[in-house]
Design a protein around this ligand. Structure first.
Ligand code: UDX
Length: 445
């Protein structure tokens, strides 16, 4: 079966390569000529473990090609996936659907009869029907089908998430028709999965679109809840690790997404919570929980920066702060909405000297962070002469660092672990002042 994937971004590349691995012939359409040239030359413009090898394998097997030309690819396709970006529109929480609408118009211009049009991008409720309306208006005579198939790919684990998903959400125009071409085609496409029947969840278009937003917003809310409980633990003498372990053993709650941190970031949670809140306001059913989650997450990043400043005291302009981790989480080079982008400019403005290190994010960070920051070539290099060491991302390579390695390099002894990657006792016994989120520091009264 031949399929076209519109968009050679994160979602399009991962989905295209994985569907090729399932046996489909996939053409990924990329409209940016520079990016297209890079893809054709075998370069993978994003960092995602395993993706480069998978793409190379599938290209070798001639199941995956890249092109800038939609018409010939569509002509031989049975399905087209729209996997273009839906960024937040400036000045509003709305998702910008201009790329989705442009893709719908381009599909309308070249679609063969009986084509299945699938929205893979995260789109606000109602978008699937808008896409159908655009195509219908342009080509009233065309027979086509429409479906929503949102992705749930975590950066850093995207290939496993695609190949071994918890569930595949499929929204259809007519859910009562159990033999519709849209349903059969998607069943065929996902047939190579282990136990596909139990993973495919069919529902209406609107429900599928909402499921994606609801899932991400719920997880964002859960992380924010853990962050607030961490603050409460610090203020009252509790230990967040014990509290979340105790909560998480209840299967109704589950232990996932309860690790406190410097605030959620990335390309999805911030954008999707905004878009869901906007859709809900427009529908006349505002979601107070999500609105509050967004505000609490923003405030958290600023508060954690203020905490560093308070601990540094009057001496901030003579202080050097080593920062380990810049990306919004580990295993990605993605700096979008990373807490470091709020926290570091505040420390820099206050006059601190910053020495930072991240295994993957430094190239992007240089373009986003203020001038005058030193980019170190290793975590230990970042720590040289530092008064304070601040951990913002839970990269595995930071975990084995020992007090014996830091003591001779650092000038001060304060460690602020905002990702809970080290053991308090180890650092305290070695003479460091170690502060971890969600635990009362021994020097606190
Ligand atoms: C997310 C969803 O998980 C995925 O299903 C979706 O389709 C895309 O968005 P991703 O953005 O890659 O994936 O990141 P995720 O691993 O979900 O983490 C989101 C944010 O929450 C990160 O900033 C992370 O550091 C933070 N987080 C997560 C915590 O602070 N604590 C946790 O316990 C879990």
């Amino acid at each position: 079966m031949h399929i076209t994937m519109i968009g050679g971004g994160y979602v399009g590349l991962v989905s295209g390569a994985c569907l090729a691995a399932f046996g489909a012939d996939v053409t990924v359409i990329e409209h940016d000529p520079t990016r297209l040239d890079r893809l054709k030359a075998g370069e993978v413009p994003i960092y995602e473990p395993g993706l480069e090898d998978l793409i190379a394998e599938q290209r070798q097997a001639e199941r995956l090609t890249f092109s800038g030309n939609l018409a010939p690819a569509l002509q031989k396709s049975r399905a087209v996936f729209i996997a273009v970006g839906t960024p937040t529109r400036r000045g509003s929480g709305h998702a910008d659907l201009s790329y989705v609408h442009a893709a719908a118009r381009a599909i309308a211009a070249h679609a063969p009869d009986n084509l299945l049009i699938v929205t893979k991008s995260t789109v606000p409720v109602g978008t699937g029907r808008q896409v159908a309306a655009i195509v219908r208006q342009a080509r009233p005579e065309l027979t086509f089908h429409i479906a929503s198939n949102p992705e749930f790919l975590r950066e850093g684990h995207a290939i496993t998430d695609f190949m071994d998903p918890d569930r595949i959400i499929i929204g259809l125009e007519d859910i009562s028709d159990t033999t519709s071409p849209a349903r059969s085609l998607l069943e065929d496409l996902y047939a190579p999965l282990k136990e596909p029947k139990s993973r495919l969840l069919f529902m209406g278009l609107e429900s599928a679109e909402l499921t994606k937003y609801a899932a991400n917003a719920f997880l964002a809310m859960k992380v924010t809840f853990a962050n607030e409980m961490a603050d409460l633990c610090e203020a009252t003498g509790g230990n967040i690790t014990d509290v979340t372990r105790g909560m998480g053993m209840d299967p109704r709650i589950s232990a996932h997404f309860l690790t406190p941190g410097p605030g959620y970031g990335g390309s999805c949670f911030p954008k999707d919570t905004q878009a869901l809140a906007t859709s809900a306001r427009q529908a006349g059913t505002p979601t107070q929980l999500i609105e509050t989650t967004i505000a609490a997450n923003e405030a958290r990043k600023r508060r954690l920066a203020e905490r560093v400043l308070t601990l540094a005291g009057d001496n901030i302009i003579h202080s050097t702060i080593a920062v380990l981790g810049l990306t919004f989480k580990a295993h990605t080079d993605d700096m979008r909405q990373a807490p470091s982008l709020t926290i570091l400019p505040l420390l820099h403005e206050a006059g601190a000297t910053l020495r930072v290190y991240d295994p993957q994010g430094m190239e992007a960070a240089r373009k986003l962070l203020p001038e005058g920051i030193t980019y170190a070539h290793s975590p230990l290099h970042a720590a040289e002469d530092a008064d304070i060491l601040l951990i913002l991302t839970e990269w595995p390579e930071f975990i084995p660092i020992t007090p014996a390695q830091l003591a001779p390099r650092m000038r001060g002894t304060l460690i602020l672990d905002y990702r809970q990657i080290w053991q308090e006792k180890t650092w305290r016994d070695a003479g460091f002042r170690y502060h971890c989120l969600g635990m009362r520091h021994p020097t606190q009264t």
